[in-house]
Design a protein around this ligand. Sequence first.
Ligand SMILES: [Zn+2]
Ligand SMILES: [Zn+2]
Length: 468
Amino acid sequence: MQISFHGAAQTVTGSQHLIRVGGKSLLLDCGLYQGKRDEARIRNRDFAFDASGVDAVVLSHAHIDHSGNIPNLVKQGFRGKIICTTATADLCGAMLLDSGHIQEEDVEYVNRQRRKHGERPVLPIYTRKDAAEALQYFEGIEYERRYPLWPGVTCTLYDAGHMLGSAIVGLDFSSGKGDPARRLVFTGDLGRPHVPLLCDPTLLETADILLIESTYGSRTHPPIEGSAEALKETIRRTSKRGGKVIIPAFAVERTQLLVYLLNKLYNQGELPDIPIYVDSPLAVNVTDIFRRHTAYFDAGTQDYLRGDPDRDIFGFKRLKYIRDVEQSKQLHSLQSPCVIISASGMAEAGRVQHHLKNNIEDHRNTVLIVGWQAPNTLGRRLVERTPMVRIFGMEYHLEAEVVTLNGFSNHADQPGLLSWAQAFKQPPARTFVVHGDPEAAQELATRLRHDLGFQEVMIPALHQTVEI
Ligand SMILES: [Zn+2]
Ligand SMILES: [Zn+2]
């Protein structure tokens, strides 16, 4: 068996691992590499392998850094099945179309710049149409059902507790052609226990080969309860001084988590009587998908849903979803206190940029940051309280309060990763630490060796192939 690490190797983005066994090829995830625009375009455009030679894709979850290059894989000749949970398949329906749209828009911008310099235009990596085409290859399955990929290989998905439909992938290979029977486990992205909405990550007992993520391999998260409390206090404080709360949030998962928490606070009478807007067409579509997949929620959320006055944990009297651009623009002229949740999560694109531009110069307002902000993003500049920030080419004084809540992460931290890995009855014979920056991956690898006695732990380099 050969494993080649074609993405999320010593970095957190672009998850793609190719397994070759018994003359067949299986791709674990087909993510987009996200980074500087030009570098990302070149890395995502060409695969390091022949797309038409891949027999199947097993997809851990719908996040774009895991699923986002599937339309390009199909465009380049892949015709196999894409196996994932039914919720992941549904989410990809919305997210890949949105991603195709972003690719098209991005290239329009790049080509305007290139024309100015007399350079030839470039083509989008894929279009909305390519994304729609790719959706026909998805096959959704349920958790913990053994699915035969082809003779000698079965695939089982387990709840990873990271986002709706997220899976840990178990692959069982029967013996043949000099290969022994063995089990490979790929964590995808691993969630945290006790997070609202999601079930805890499933503990597994056996793995001969383990691919484990390490996003927070060197960190410990603050508990989520403190952040939920701070969310309430921030809204109360801001509303009391007549201000608005602007929350840049990823349209998928983070927005639904916030709405669920706000729904609870509203039912308990803990929120001031002000309107709350979710202003993102993708978030609206994705919330509908969440509503269709309540069976994936954890027991606590299911209980809550049964007792919710309108049987909808993503809807309450003061909450309004906004899809239409004109309605979004009307929010700009609002004078009274409100909460606006809008994408993108790092404020690099999307409608939230308009809300920030209109509101950060007023000291009564608050920008509430609820997720990790990459360096060089508008979100990061707000977290760092840069006095002047640039939005749409204009400079704005940052006068608003900025609150950062770090407790909403949906990735396991170092103690979480270790306690999950400790559940194996025996350490895996080989472990590969992926999906983490070098320092995080290194620290997790050290802990796995020292604390858990894992013997062969390796941090593969990009495009490295390992024979097992
Ligand atoms: Zn993820
Ligand atoms: Zn990821």
